[in-house]
Write a protein that binds this ligand. Sequence first.
Ligand SMILES: [Zn+2]
Length: 60
Amino acid sequence: MAQPKRKHSKSRTNKRRSAYKLTAPALVACPRCHQLMKPHNVCPTCGYYNGKEIVEIKEI
Ligand SMILES: [Zn+2]
């Protein structure tokens, strides 16, 4: 198999790794219960999506 001719420099490795970073998750307020939730997902607090109850949330 073909092999790399030279070892990558630390600088090159570090430049590549400089692109790795965490991003904050996108969150929107639920229009029904106003809790933060992920967009385009059923609300985990009230179980509604697009004005309809999709899943029933049981109180514990
Ligand atoms: Zn909700």
